[in-house]
Design a protein around this ligand. Structure first.
Ligand code: ADP
Ligand code: MG
Length: 243
Protein backbone atom coordinates (compact mmCIF):
# COMPACT_ATOMS: atom_id res chain seq x y z
CA UNK A 1 0.00 0.00 0.00
CA UNK A 2 1.44 3.32 -1.00
CA UNK A 3 1.38 6.34 1.26
CA UNK A 4 0.53 8.90 -1.37
CA UNK A 5 0.34 8.32 -5.11
CA UNK A 6 -1.30 9.42 -8.30
CA UNK A 7 -2.07 7.18 -11.24
CA UNK A 8 -2.42 8.62 -14.74
CA UNK A 9 -3.66 11.92 -13.35
CA UNK A 10 -4.78 14.23 -16.16
CA UNK A 11 -6.16 17.75 -16.47
CA UNK A 12 -6.51 20.01 -19.51
CA UNK A 13 -7.35 23.68 -19.83
CA UNK A 14 -8.78 24.26 -23.27
CA UNK A 15 -6.12 22.91 -25.60
CA UNK A 16 -3.37 22.70 -22.97
CA UNK A 17 -2.89 19.43 -21.10
CA UNK A 18 -1.33 20.88 -17.95
CA UNK A 19 -1.03 17.50 -16.20
CA UNK A 20 -0.77 14.56 -18.54
CA UNK A 21 -1.20 10.99 -17.23
CA UNK A 22 1.04 11.75 -14.28
CA UNK A 23 1.87 8.69 -12.20
CA UNK A 24 3.74 9.86 -9.11
CA UNK A 25 4.75 8.14 -5.89
CA UNK A 26 5.61 10.13 -2.77
CA UNK A 27 7.96 8.27 -0.45
CA UNK A 28 6.60 8.15 3.10
CA UNK A 29 8.69 9.74 5.83
CA UNK A 30 10.88 11.49 3.26
CA UNK A 31 11.39 14.98 1.91
CA UNK A 32 10.24 14.60 -1.69
CA UNK A 33 10.97 17.26 -4.31
CA UNK A 34 8.96 18.10 -7.41
CA UNK A 35 10.88 20.07 -10.00
CA UNK A 36 10.49 20.98 -13.64
CA UNK A 37 10.61 23.95 -16.00
CA UNK A 38 8.06 26.76 -15.77
CA UNK A 39 4.71 25.63 -17.06
CA UNK A 40 5.47 21.92 -16.63
CA UNK A 41 2.35 21.42 -14.49
CA UNK A 42 3.67 21.42 -10.93
CA UNK A 43 1.16 23.86 -9.46
CA UNK A 44 -1.68 22.24 -11.39
CA UNK A 45 -0.58 18.90 -9.96
CA UNK A 46 -0.76 20.38 -6.44
CA UNK A 47 -4.18 21.88 -7.21
CA UNK A 48 -5.45 18.50 -8.42
CA UNK A 49 -4.27 16.48 -5.43
CA UNK A 50 -5.52 19.04 -2.89
CA UNK A 51 -8.98 19.34 -4.44
CA UNK A 52 -8.62 22.93 -5.60
CA UNK A 53 -9.47 21.74 -9.11
CA UNK A 54 -10.81 18.41 -10.33
CA UNK A 55 -8.95 16.04 -12.64
CA UNK A 56 -10.34 14.98 -16.01
CA UNK A 57 -9.18 11.45 -15.24
CA UNK A 58 -6.82 9.47 -13.07
CA UNK A 59 -6.65 8.54 -9.41
CA UNK A 60 -5.18 10.07 -6.26
CA UNK A 61 -4.69 7.84 -3.21
CA UNK A 62 -3.66 8.89 0.27
CA UNK A 63 -2.92 6.34 2.98
CA UNK A 64 -4.39 3.58 0.90
CA UNK A 65 -7.73 5.24 0.13
CA UNK A 66 -8.83 7.12 -2.98
CA UNK A 67 -9.25 10.87 -2.46
CA UNK A 68 -9.69 11.79 -6.13
CA UNK A 69 -11.90 14.83 -6.61
CA UNK A 70 -12.48 15.30 -2.88
CA UNK A 71 -13.07 18.93 -1.83
CA UNK A 72 -10.13 20.70 -0.15
CA UNK A 73 -11.49 20.48 3.41
CA UNK A 74 -11.88 16.70 3.18
CA UNK A 75 -8.35 16.33 1.84
CA UNK A 76 -7.07 18.50 4.68
CA UNK A 77 -9.01 16.36 7.15
CA UNK A 78 -7.37 13.26 5.70
CA UNK A 79 -4.03 14.75 6.76
CA UNK A 80 -2.73 16.62 3.76
CA UNK A 81 -1.63 20.25 4.23
CA UNK A 82 -0.55 22.65 1.51
CA UNK A 83 0.92 26.12 1.05
CA UNK A 84 0.48 28.25 -2.06
CA UNK A 85 3.02 29.73 -4.47
CA UNK A 86 1.45 33.10 -3.67
CA UNK A 87 0.41 32.99 -0.02
CA UNK A 88 -3.30 32.87 0.70
CA UNK A 89 -3.17 34.59 4.05
CA UNK A 90 -5.87 37.06 4.99
CA UNK A 91 -3.75 40.23 4.78
CA UNK A 92 -5.73 42.45 7.14
CA UNK A 93 -6.25 39.85 9.85
CA UNK A 94 -3.62 39.49 12.55
CA UNK A 95 -1.06 36.70 12.57
CA UNK A 96 -3.00 34.99 15.39
CA UNK A 97 -6.32 35.29 13.59
CA UNK A 98 -4.77 33.78 10.46
CA UNK A 99 -3.70 30.83 12.62
CA UNK A 100 -7.20 30.46 14.09
CA UNK A 101 -8.95 30.68 10.72
CA UNK A 102 -6.84 27.69 9.72
CA UNK A 103 -8.45 25.53 12.41
CA UNK A 104 -10.77 23.36 10.43
CA UNK A 105 -13.88 23.53 12.58
CA UNK A 106 -13.91 27.29 12.97
CA UNK A 107 -14.94 29.71 10.31
CA UNK A 108 -13.77 33.24 9.88
CA UNK A 109 -16.92 34.57 11.62
CA UNK A 110 -16.07 32.87 14.91
CA UNK A 111 -12.53 34.15 14.69
CA UNK A 112 -13.73 37.69 14.16
CA UNK A 113 -16.12 37.30 17.12
CA UNK A 114 -13.10 36.25 19.22
CA UNK A 115 -14.65 33.00 20.36
CA UNK A 116 -11.67 30.77 19.67
CA UNK A 117 -11.07 28.31 22.52
CA UNK A 118 -8.01 28.93 24.68
CA UNK A 119 -6.53 25.58 23.64
CA UNK A 120 -6.51 26.65 19.96
CA UNK A 121 -4.86 29.95 20.87
CA UNK A 122 -2.26 28.06 22.90
CA UNK A 123 -1.54 25.62 20.10
CA UNK A 124 -1.27 28.52 17.66
CA UNK A 125 1.21 30.24 19.98
CA UNK A 126 3.30 27.07 20.17
CA UNK A 127 3.55 26.92 16.37
CA UNK A 128 4.23 30.64 16.04
CA UNK A 129 7.04 30.29 18.60
CA UNK A 130 8.34 27.28 16.73
CA UNK A 131 8.59 29.20 13.43
CA UNK A 132 9.93 32.30 15.18
CA UNK A 133 7.14 34.82 14.62
CA UNK A 134 5.27 34.71 17.94
CA UNK A 135 6.30 38.33 18.65
CA UNK A 136 4.21 39.32 15.61
CA UNK A 137 0.97 37.68 16.79
CA UNK A 138 -1.05 40.92 16.88
CA UNK A 139 0.33 42.38 13.63
CA UNK A 140 -1.79 42.32 10.47
CA UNK A 141 -0.35 39.62 8.21
CA UNK A 142 0.27 42.18 5.47
CA UNK A 143 2.92 43.90 7.60
CA UNK A 144 5.09 40.76 7.71
CA UNK A 145 8.05 40.32 5.39
CA UNK A 146 7.54 37.87 2.55
CA UNK A 147 9.61 35.23 4.35
CA UNK A 148 7.64 35.74 7.56
CA UNK A 149 4.41 35.34 5.60
CA UNK A 150 5.69 32.04 4.21
CA UNK A 151 6.50 30.95 7.77
CA UNK A 152 3.01 31.98 8.91
CA UNK A 153 1.43 29.99 6.12
CA UNK A 154 3.43 26.90 7.11
CA UNK A 155 2.52 27.45 10.77
CA UNK A 156 -1.16 27.79 9.88
CA UNK A 157 -1.30 24.47 8.03
CA UNK A 158 0.40 22.79 11.00
CA UNK A 159 -2.69 23.65 13.06
CA UNK A 160 -4.42 20.73 11.28
CA UNK A 161 -1.53 18.36 12.16
CA UNK A 162 -0.90 17.16 8.58
CA UNK A 163 1.00 13.93 7.85
CA UNK A 164 1.88 15.08 4.34
CA UNK A 165 2.82 18.68 3.62
CA UNK A 166 2.94 20.15 0.11
CA UNK A 167 4.95 23.35 -0.24
CA UNK A 168 4.72 25.34 -3.50
CA UNK A 169 7.96 27.34 -3.89
CA UNK A 170 8.58 27.98 -0.17
CA UNK A 171 11.83 29.83 -0.95
CA UNK A 172 10.50 31.93 -3.84
CA UNK A 173 11.22 35.62 -3.21
CA UNK A 174 12.53 34.88 0.29
CA UNK A 175 15.88 36.21 1.57
CA UNK A 176 18.71 33.68 2.14
CA UNK A 177 18.54 33.82 5.95
CA UNK A 178 14.84 32.99 5.88
CA UNK A 179 15.39 30.28 3.25
CA UNK A 180 17.81 28.61 5.66
CA UNK A 181 15.24 28.87 8.45
CA UNK A 182 12.54 27.33 6.30
CA UNK A 183 14.93 24.50 5.34
CA UNK A 184 15.75 23.85 9.00
CA UNK A 185 12.07 23.81 9.92
CA UNK A 186 11.30 21.33 7.13
CA UNK A 187 14.15 19.05 8.28
CA UNK A 188 12.91 19.17 11.88
CA UNK A 189 9.27 18.51 10.98
CA UNK A 190 10.42 15.65 8.77
CA UNK A 191 12.48 14.19 11.61
CA UNK A 192 9.27 14.32 13.66
CA UNK A 193 7.57 12.08 11.09
CA UNK A 194 5.97 14.44 8.59
CA UNK A 195 6.38 13.71 4.90
CA UNK A 196 7.01 16.55 2.44
CA UNK A 197 6.47 17.16 -1.25
CA UNK A 198 8.14 20.41 -2.23
CA UNK A 199 8.00 22.36 -5.50
CA UNK A 200 11.04 24.60 -5.60
CA UNK A 201 13.14 26.39 -8.21
CA UNK A 202 16.16 26.92 -5.95
CA UNK A 203 18.11 23.84 -7.09
CA UNK A 204 20.75 24.14 -4.41
CA UNK A 205 17.98 23.96 -1.82
CA UNK A 206 16.22 21.06 -3.54
CA UNK A 207 19.42 19.05 -3.81
CA UNK A 208 20.44 19.65 -0.20
CA UNK A 209 16.99 19.17 1.30
CA UNK A 210 15.33 16.38 -0.65
CA UNK A 211 15.78 12.61 -0.32
CA UNK A 212 13.86 11.91 -3.50
CA UNK A 213 13.16 14.14 -6.50
CA UNK A 214 10.48 13.81 -9.18
CA UNK A 215 11.07 15.75 -12.40
CA UNK A 216 8.12 17.03 -14.41
CA UNK A 217 8.20 17.94 -18.06
CA UNK A 218 5.04 18.82 -19.98
CA UNK A 219 2.75 17.65 -17.21
CA UNK A 220 4.26 14.28 -16.51
CA UNK A 221 7.22 12.79 -14.62
CA UNK A 222 10.20 12.02 -16.80
CA UNK A 223 12.58 10.98 -14.00
CA UNK A 224 12.54 10.21 -10.28
CA UNK A 225 15.27 9.30 -7.84
CA UNK A 226 17.80 10.60 -5.33
CA UNK A 227 19.17 14.12 -6.02
CA UNK A 228 22.58 12.76 -7.05
CA UNK A 229 20.97 10.72 -9.83
CA UNK A 230 18.62 13.48 -10.95
CA UNK A 231 21.47 15.98 -11.29
CA UNK A 232 23.27 13.82 -13.84
CA UNK A 233 20.21 12.46 -15.68
CA UNK A 234 20.39 13.54 -19.36
CA UNK A 235 16.57 13.55 -19.62
CA UNK A 236 16.43 16.17 -16.90
CA UNK A 237 18.99 18.36 -18.61
CA UNK A 238 17.05 17.99 -21.86
CA UNK A 239 13.78 18.99 -20.13
CA UNK A 240 15.34 22.21 -18.83
CA UNK A 241 17.36 23.09 -21.93
CA UNK A 242 15.22 21.53 -24.66
CA UNK A 243 12.46 24.14 -24.47
P1 ADP B 1 4.22 25.17 -13.13
O1 ADP B 1 3.67 25.32 -11.76
O2 ADP B 1 5.06 23.94 -13.33
O3 ADP B 1 4.96 26.40 -13.60
P2 ADP B 1 1.44 25.26 -14.00
O4 ADP B 1 0.78 24.08 -13.40
O5 ADP B 1 1.19 26.57 -13.35
O6 ADP B 1 3.00 24.98 -14.17
O7 ADP B 1 0.98 25.39 -15.51
C1 ADP B 1 1.01 24.29 -16.42
C2 ADP B 1 0.33 24.69 -17.73
O8 ADP B 1 -1.08 24.80 -17.55
C3 ADP B 1 0.78 26.04 -18.28
O9 ADP B 1 0.80 25.96 -19.68
C4 ADP B 1 -0.31 26.97 -17.80
O10 ADP B 1 -0.41 28.09 -18.63
C5 ADP B 1 -1.54 26.09 -17.86
N1 ADP B 1 -2.57 26.46 -16.86
C6 ADP B 1 -2.45 26.31 -15.51
N2 ADP B 1 -3.57 26.72 -14.89
C7 ADP B 1 -4.42 27.15 -15.87
C8 ADP B 1 -5.75 27.67 -15.88
N3 ADP B 1 -6.44 27.84 -14.75
N4 ADP B 1 -6.29 27.99 -17.07
C9 ADP B 1 -5.61 27.80 -18.23
N5 ADP B 1 -4.36 27.30 -18.29
C10 ADP B 1 -3.77 26.97 -17.13
MG1 MG C 1 3.92 26.84 -10.27
Amino acid sequence: MSFFATTELTRSFGGVTAVDRATVEVLPGKINGLIGPNGSGKTTFFNLVTGVIKPDSGVVTFRGAPVTGFPPHRIAQAGLGRTFQVTRLLPRLTVMDNMLVAVRSRGIRDVLRKVAPAEDVERAMDWLRRVGIDHLRDQPAQLLSYGQQKMLEIASILMADPELILLDEPAGGVNPVMVERIATLVRELNAEGRTFLIVEHNMELVMSLCDHVVVFSRGTPIAAGPPSMIQTDPRVLEAYLGG
